[in-house]
Design a protein around this ligand. Sequence first.
Ligand code: MN
Length: 136
Amino acid sequence: MGKIIRASDRATKTQPNTTFTGTVYADEVVVGEAPSRMRATRVSFTPGARTFWHTHPVGQTLYCLHGIGRYQLEGSHVVELRPGDTVVIPPGAKHWHGSAPGHLFAHLAMSEVSDSGEGTKWLDAVSEADYGRKPA
Ligand code: MN
């Protein structure tokens, strides 16, 4: 039997400052029940806000919903994101994502836990210098 999870039953959560810089809101879309490993969250970044550097064991897909965003894979240029863009992040690749300076941004974040149930591995904060780089 399926189910409908009502928006009114789930409050928006504020993301912790140990893994995000600035004010970031998360609205859970779904956490799949076994055998599903699907996880989807709508993440809304206020201007200047972004994730810390991190990796995902099975990779991550971002679907950009509104505003202007930023994404960087370690060792690559910063990339600008616009609504309708899809970002496919490889397993274990160190990266960050967030708003563009001066802009709101929201994406749908989709990922799966690993065979062993391992999720996102959080690393260090994205420096102002890295965040402020011009997109390629
Ligand atoms: Mn990510």
